[in-house]
Design a binder for this molecule. Sequence first.
Ligand SMILES: NC(=O)c1ccc[n+]([C@@H]2O[C@H](COP(=O)([O-])OP(=O)(O)OC[C@H]3O[C@@H](n4cnc5c(N)ncnc54)[C@H](OP(=O)(O)O)[C@@H]3O)[C@@H](O)[C@H]2O)c1
Length: 191
Amino acid sequence: MKIFVTGSNGFVGSYVAARLLADGHEVYASSRTGDQSAFNSNKNYRFIQVDFSDPFALHDAFEFVQPDVVVHSGAMSKPDDCELKQADAFDTNVFGTVQLLLNAEAYQSFFIYLSTDFIFDGEQGLYKEEDKPSPVSYYGKTKMDAEEAVMEYQHGWAIVRTSFVYGKPLYGRGNFITMIAEKLKQGSPSM
Ligand SMILES: NC(=O)c1ccc[n+]([C@@H]2O[C@H](COP(=O)([O-])OP(=O)(O)OC[C@H]3O[C@@H](n4cnc5c(N)ncnc54)[C@H](OP(=O)(O)O)[C@@H]3O)[C@@H](O)[C@H]2O)c1
């Protein structure tokens, strides 16, 4: 299967790409910056550098790949950054997702969207799929808006509302655990 993975330099996207390659799929990994993986020698791996909030560049990428499946794990994923740079967060998380959906439509690709528990306010706990989102952060709002766009998609979709993913980075970006380890190494008392 031809699978287009966004955010492949990211923590989640790198593991998604690695897993799909191990399962024998044709992986078209993409990120805004250049490839940071060590997968280039794998014949099933291609990297496409593209900003998914650029409609023209994204159109070219889809024309080339014509994916069966899109795994959209690219995002502006840090809540603090989204709060401070709301226009950028909207562009990346909402507008970018809509551009991906519009392109996926042309090839009837199945669309998998990485979302978050931040779409909820946390008051209730133990949320179910059908519970009403009520984000308290701008990050959560952009992810909720993107989910709503995904739910309108006509050719099959899934939303993964994951929460606090951590572990050893394969390459590319770190995560909460590596950030704490770095601070400890520096002897820094604060986050
Ligand atoms: N990690 C968690 O604990 C967690 C928890 C809940 C939900 N999630 C969700 O899971 C997904 C993956 O999170 P993550 O932690 O793996 O994120 P991450 O490490 O911050 O990686 C984000 C990726 O998105 C790419 N990206 C951002 N803007 C882009 C753009 N305009 N065009 C193309 N690529 C762009 C980045 O590319 P460059 O590096 O090349 O700039 C990077 O590869 C996100 O949707 C996030 O909201 C994550």
